[in-house]
Design a protein around this ligand. Structure first.
Ligand code: PLP
Length: 382
């Protein structure tokens, strides 16, 4: 049950339920220029680099803000402005979109005036590597490609390795939004020849919200000097300044970074990416099985489902009421998530964070009981 000292389990795409040791790490203050804090910061950057197999070519550049800030910073640092001249005049980003986060990257490019094209697939369809290859052959001006790893809108897993190979073989640079996957699904920037991966503190590493990070090839960053139109979102400048004195350019979220350091240690203790993936996969399988047994239908087929967040069809019953169900579940200690689809009416349940398979069985049971109490008889899709 949710009480003031027992908050609900956050079955969402983040912020997530964190470990007590992670939250406890926020109970002390740090001076941002202290030697110990600088060392902690270096440890976090190195730890993230190791998760991505980034050494020795890549570096981790952290940035204050939510995940969208690091996506915007990466796009606007690596892709020159459309008014750029000289050898930067021809830059163009190809955005591969099958959900809200792909669309958000297009919006960033509109606002920041970056040249872009979009390959748009339906929300239940992975991006087709052959379509990417054809687009790159047809349009030499495309210099960079942006892809969402797990499209959190639905929970769909895009074929990252295949697309990364197509992009690298065509001599273009991939910017991977692995926000909701990094730390749980494999990302190997060496094997995948991936120029830049972005993620944030409050997803699969299970830290609190407050910063994002890009794991970028150093030669890409070095060549990006002066590209950013924004001072605070300039990753090249952030990297260069941090390389000089180990400090963030502007006030760092010290408590969040300290907590993230504890979360990274817990991630390593759980067996790193493979260990975390195993727990999330068990969570996902348990959830899907229990919900199907109760009569629910998943939006995605199992082979497209990432073990991150699951989209379910809303029951085709006149008594269905998401807001009412949400409140009832919250009172029982579970925070679920609304759907975000343009076509189908759905709701979502996250499998990530400090939650177990027992919690998944628990929420599925609670949903069935509360819907029955609300008079919902038909749990299947409309
Ligand atoms: C969470 C997320 C983001 C960033 O969202 P914020 O609300 O800005 O933290 C970006 N892309 C994906 C795929 C995400 O899941």
């Amino acid at each position: 049950m949710t009480t003031p000292d027992k908050p609900p389990l956050l079955l969402t795409p983040g912020p997530l339920t964190t470990a007590e040791a992670t939250r406890r790490a926020m109970l002390r203050d740090w001076g941002s220029r202290d030697r110990d804090f600088i060392a902690l910061n270096a440890r976090v950057r190195d730890g993230l680099l190791a998760v991505a197999n980034g050494a020795p070519t890549h570096t981790t550049v952290p940035l204050q803000g939510s995940g969208t800030f690091i996506v915007e910073a990466a796009l606007c640092t690596l892709v020159p402005h459309r008014g750029a001249t000289g050898d930067k005049a021809d830059a163009k980003l190809l955005i591969l979109s099958n959900g809200a986060y792909g669309q958000r990257m297009a919006r960033i490019c509109e606002v920041a005036e970056r040249s872009f094209a979009v390959i748009e697939a339906p929300e239940d369809t992975p991006i087709d590597p052959a379509a990417v290859q054809a687009a790159l052959e047809a349009e030499p001006a495309i210099s960079h490609v942006a892809l969402v790893h797990c499209e959190t809108t639905t929970g769909l897993l895009n074929p990252v390795s295949e697309i990364a190979a197509v992009v690298a073989d065509a001599g273009r640079e991939l910017i991977l939004d692995s926000m909701s996957a990094f730390g749980a699904l494999p990302v190997d920037v060496q094997a995948g020849r991936i120029g830049c991966v972005v993620a944030s503190s409050n997803k699969c590493i299970e830290g609190p919200p407050g910063f994002g990070y890009a794991i970028v090839r150093e030669d890409l960053l070095a060549a990006a000097r002066g590209n950013a139109h924004s001072l605070s979102l300039d990753l090249e400048h952030q990297w260069r300044a941090m390389g000089g004195n180990g400090q963030w350019r502007f006030t760092p979220p010290t408590h969040v970074i300290a907590a993230f350091d504890a979360a990274l240690a817990a991630h390593a203790a759980e067996g790193g990416q493979a260990g975390r993936h195993a727990r999330y996969a068990e969570n996902c399988e348990t959830l899907v099985t229990a919900m199907r047994e109760a009569g629910f239908a998943t939006y995605l087929p199992d082979d497209l489902q990432a073990p991150i967040i699951v989209t379910f069809h809303a029951p085709a019953d006149p008594a269905w009421d998401f807001a009412a169900l949400y409140d009832r579940l919250l009172a029982r200690g579970y925070a679920i998530y609304p759907g975000k689809l343009t076509r189908a009416e759905t709701f979502r349940i996250g499998c990530i964070g400090q939650v177990t398979a027992d919690d998944m069985t628990g929420v599925a049971t609670a949903i069935a009981e509360e819907l029955a109490a609300m008079g919902v008889k038909r749990f299947g899709r409309g």
